[in-house]
Design a protein around this ligand. Structure first.
Ligand code: VGL
Ligand code: ZN
Length: 199
């Protein structure tokens, strides 16, 4: 069997019901993820980790509403409610997430001027987070992705992982979508195009 790792994307309070950028049913996948994690020897967690006044927050763009888009130096950027601010309870992992054997926590989105949906590259699609190199050095070839949100951080992480040459599978029952303007359906189409398995 090829060496594989489970990557759990952004299972944080702010993305769960009661959080500032709650994904519908986000908390419901926690037991599913815990079960999957028990089946994987190698587990990696990602954590959305923004400074206060991060440029992806609508609050930093006078007159702009959350869930609208603006042009940034690196391209279009969706604006979000303030979320996952460094050190806050909202940025903490869901209390029921039970993955004591996780080997790495990779944080992203900590640069004020640029967002990072993908766990591999920031939204300029150029600046690496280091995760690709880490996984390669560890010898992993297959990656299973789960977590939040299906159509943003899971999507862009899966696509970048493919581009870096990993075999990628996303476990649908262990993700939930934000679904902005058909983004969940677009994600499924994109997965087919990129050779990402949706199981
Ligand atoms: C995410 C929007 C903003 C995600 C993170 O984890 O999918 N979405 N920041
Ligand atoms: Zn974010």
């Amino acid at each position: 069997m090829k060496p594989s790792a489970l990557i759990i994307i952004d299972m944080q309070n702010d993305f769960c019901p009661g959080g500032s950028l709650a994904v519908k049913g986000g908390d419901r996948i926690v037991p599913v993820i815990n079960e999957l994690a028990r089946e994987h020897a190698h587990v990696i967690l990602t954590q959305d980790w923004h400074p206060p006044q991060h440029s992806s927050f609508a609050s930093q763009h006078p007159g702009a509403a959350p869930f609208t888009q603006v042009q940034m130096a690196y391209g279009p950027q969706t604006l979000w409610p303030d979320h996952c601010v460094i050190g806050t309870q909202g940025a903490a992992f869901h209390a029921a997430l039970d993955v004591p054997h996780a080997e790495l926590i990779i944080r992203k989105g900590f640069r004020k001027a640029i967002d990072s949906y993908s766990a591999f590259f920031e939204n300029d699609h150029l600046t690496p987070t280091g995760l690709g190199g880490y996984l390669r050095e560890r010898g992993f070839e297959r990656l299973r992705l789960v977590g939040l949100a299906f159509d943003f951080c899971v999507r862009y992480s899966a696509e970048d992982a493919r581009k870096l040459g990993f075999e990628v599978e996303v476990v649908e029952a262990a993700t939930r979508a934000i679904d902005l303007d058909g983004s969940a359906e677009d994600t499924k189409k994109s997965f087919v195009k990129h050779g990402i398995r949706l199981s």
